[in-house]
Design a protein around this ligand. Structure first.
Ligand code: BGC
Length: 746
């Protein structure tokens, strides 16, 4: 394609037309110039190709493999596995002639209430970024494009079309931007989708700051920026800000006319429109226009992959009495409708029409026979169902083990609205308590897209977090319950004890349209750790049927400049009798925090999943650079390292620390600091020339005589102006004092 040549031959109408879709999913072709349309379809955990139309809930998409949504697959902490999902979905896109997959979504799980949490990987930006990069690499390895979404600060569904997320700059750069930055810089997604909401006053679809300054100028994004479906507020503003494509489109969209009028009236330079056109043509050249052969994909292989992902991601949260794995010879009862009709994905635009569904009740047949009681009615379980509950209790009385399948009914969480609380339906809570009263051997299997409160946790023996497990979820649950697979997933989010413990609790949903992110960088475990709070289950937690020991933690250096890297090695041993996989988590924290910076106790900076046979030891190697120690400094608008001692923390979870080591990191970037008449003695003490200055001060100002040897506790808080004001320094004016400070200190 000679893109310049094509642009030069396009009419104004054709250019404007290219900047919006021809329907819900395709761009407009320009046939006379050989420009074909390309199709974009939802994912992200499977392909959702709808033959036509938008918004009609009755329209089924073409059958596709339904992999576990990100809420579960992120718990695998396995980059390779996530890459395999991406590649498999890429194959299905090729088969369906879809050019761009609309995913992954990498908004941060700020509150457990967000209705779309099941689509997002984590509360942690590093894990989210690693997940998204692996996924995008996988999809794009098949020549299919991806569209990272929803850019940015779209962490709630309440008022999602109008709410204004107010987020400070440091928090944006440290928490909400990193997954986007990582993939833009390292995986080059073909597209990025702006979100529905506003950010700090501007709709993200018309934010110059987001779409040009951050995305293009700083991160060098060279793909197409598309609106979320129906997100465009002011098309011309959007185009100027860097929004190339509006979706969905129609044959004669009004906004195309506005673009034409704006160019004709001179309000919009045609060159601005040309930039968007050029980017869209480049996208078509990159992922479309190739007339892909419809290569059939191997559905069985994809189903096996969906099973493997679910198995390697489900999290064994509790197994106190060693109830699991189950003995095939035991008398087992499965209780709960989800055993038969699992909730395996969330609702909304990511709803995949699965090729098959395996429920636990069918999957268990390959090992043993179990009895079954419905226990509750998913569509009506806000209150206990006396008959179903009584039936379950009688079954529990005669069983060796009861496996209870519970979780959130579809009506409780979905794209489009947020949850109001973190409870399971009352009918299910009551069922669990009633069964646990009759039988001490209760295993709970959870199907949910986001954390719940568990008032019954102490009365159950084991708990398997199956989340939303995709089409093969039943097989994965059964393989784990019966020990054919050793659980090896860990939580990608914290489970607070109760909703009000969550850091966003006071401000979530906002005040009318204002959604203030007042907890700042203290999201998820960053907050619970800093507050030294108990949680129900911490970030990174997950049990195994074996145990792992960490030893011999060693660093290549114990002091570095921030221009250097450090290599960290640790030996991990499987000390049990069966093979397993351990997720080694590396966190970094400033050893002793001080008033230079308010920051989290520790942050996840690396992880590795290692496969270990019984008794086997492997050495895990990590390399850290400056960014593992840095924070975002708004004075220099860049990442910066505080010179300090840091702790390298190796954990089985964020709360189960296996080994630590110290390293001093020295900054090579000095942030200019100029003392003035209102600088405190405390800050002056940190300056390079402070010693001679304070000596001079002690000699010159009687009041300051003891400033260096025996300072009263209030002295560090005083500012130089006060010394002057008290008439104790000199008779000089403020300007003259400043001159002295400049000469002697600055
Ligand atoms: C969702 C996007 C989705 C788009 C197209 C929107 O409502 O927010 O995530 O890709 O619809 O279905």
């Amino acid at each position: 394609m000679d893109i310049n040549e094509i642009i030069s031959q396009m009419t104004l109408e054709e250019k404007a037309g290219l900047c919006s879709g021809v329907n819900s999913w395709e761009t407009k072709p320009v046939e006379k110039l050989g420009v074909t349309s390309i199709m974009m379809c939802d994912g992200p955990h499977g392909l959702r190709k709808i033959a036509s139309g938008f918004g009609d809930p009755n329209l089924k998409s073409n059958p596709a493999t339904c992999f576990p949504p990100a809420v579960l697959s992120a718990c695998s902490f396995d980059r390779e596995l996530i890459g395999e999902i991406g590649a498999a979905i890429g194959d299905e896109c090729v088969f369906e002639n879809v050019s761009v997959l609309l995913g992954p979504g990498v908004n941060i799980k700020r509150s457990p209430l967000c209705g779309r949490n099941f689509e997002y990987p984590s509360e942690d930006p590093y894990l989210s970024g690693e997940f998204a990069k692996a996924f995008i690499d996988g999809v794009q390895s098949k020549g299919v494009g991806t569209c990272i979404k929803h850019f940015a600060a779209n962490e709630q569904e309440t008022r999602r079309f109008s709410s204004d997320s107010r987020v400070d700059e440091r928090t944006l750069h440290e928490i909400y931007f990193p997954p986007f930055k990582k993939v833009v810089e390292e995986a080059q997604p073909t597209m990025i989708m702006s979100s529905y909401n506003k950010l700090n006053g501007d709709y993200t679809s018309e934010s110059q700051y987001l779409l040009t300054e951050i995305l293009r100028d700083r991160w060098a994004f060279d793909g197409v920026a598309v609106s979320d479906w129906g997100a465009v507020n002011h098309r011309i503003k959007g185009l100027v800000a860097g929004l190339d494509l509006e979706m969905p489109g129609s044959a004669e969209p009004l906004n195309d006319k506005f673009i034409i009028e704006a160019v004709r009236s001179g309000a919009l330079p045609e060159s601005t429109l040309d930039i968007a056109v050029e980017r869209i043509l480049k996208l078509i050249e990159r992922v479309g226009n190739k007339k892909k052969e419809s290569a059939p994909f191997d559905a069985d292989k994809h189903n096996s992959l969906a099973l493997r992902v679910a198995t390697e991601s489900m999290v064994l949260l509790k197994n106190d009495k060693g109830l699991l794995p189950l003995n095939e010879k035991a008398k087992i009862v499965f209780i709960g409708e989800f055993a038969k009709t699992p909730r395996y994905q969330g609702a909304g635009s990511s709803d995949v029409n699965p090729l098959s569904i395996t429920c636990a009740l069918d999957a268990v047949m390959k090992y043993t026979n179990v009895s079954y009681c419905k226990g509750y009615d998913t569509n009506n379980c806000d209150e206990p169902d006396a008959v179903l509950q009584a039936e379950a209790v009688s079954a529990a009385k005669v069983a060796d083990v009861c496996v209870l399948f519970v979780g959130l009914p579809p009506a409780y969480e979905s794209e489009g609205f947020d949850r109001k609380h973190m409870h399971l339906p009352q009918g299910q809570n009551s069922l669990i308590e009633a069964v646990a009263k009759e039988n001490p051997n209760v295993v709970v299997v959870l199907h949910n897209g986001s954390p719940i409160e568990m008032p019954w946790i102490d009365s159950v023996g084991s708990l398997l977090e199956a989340y939303l497990g995709g089409q093969a979820c039943g097989g994965a649950i059964i393989d784990i319950l019966f020990g054919k697979a050793n659980p090896c997933g860990k939580l990608a989010e914290s489970f607070p004890l109760k909703l009000s413990d969550n850091p966003s609790y006071l401000f979530y949903f906002g005040e009318r349209d204002l959604a203030e992110y007042r907890e700042g960088v203290f999201v998820g475990y960053r907050y619970y750790d800093a507050k030294k709070m108990d949680v129900l289950f911490p970030f990174g937690h997950g049990l195994s049927y074996t145990s792992y020991e960490y030893s011999n933690l060693r660093l290549s250096k114990t002091e570095i400049d921030d221009t250097e890297t450090v290599t960290i090695q640790v030996d991990v041993t499987n000390i049990g009798t069966i093979a397993g996989k351990e997720i080694v988590q590396l966190y970094v924290g400033q050893k002793e925090k001080d008033d230079r910076l308010i920051r989290a106790d520790k942050e996840l900076k690396e992880f590795a999943k290692v496969s270990l046979g019984a008794g086997e030891t492997k050495t895990v190697v990590f390399t850290l650079d400056k960014y593992a120690f840095a924070y975002y400094n708004t004075e220099i608008s860049d990442w910066h390292v505080l010179s300090a001692e840091y702790e390298i923390i190796l954990g089985r979870s964020s709360r189960d620390i296996a080994a630590t080591a110290e390293i001093v990191v020295n900054s090579t970037v000095q942030i200019p600091f100029r003392a003035d008449v209102n600088t405190t003695i405390r800050d002056i003490r940190r300056m390079e020339r402070s010693e001679p200055f304070l000596k001079w001060l002690a000699e010159t100002v009687p009041f300051c005589a003891k400033i260096n040897d025996d300072p009263e506790p209030y002295v560090p808080e005083m500012v130089l102006r006060q010394l002057w004001l008290m008439g104790m320094m000199t008779e000089k004016s403020l300007d003259e004092v400043q001159k002295t400070i400049d000469e002697k200190l600055n």
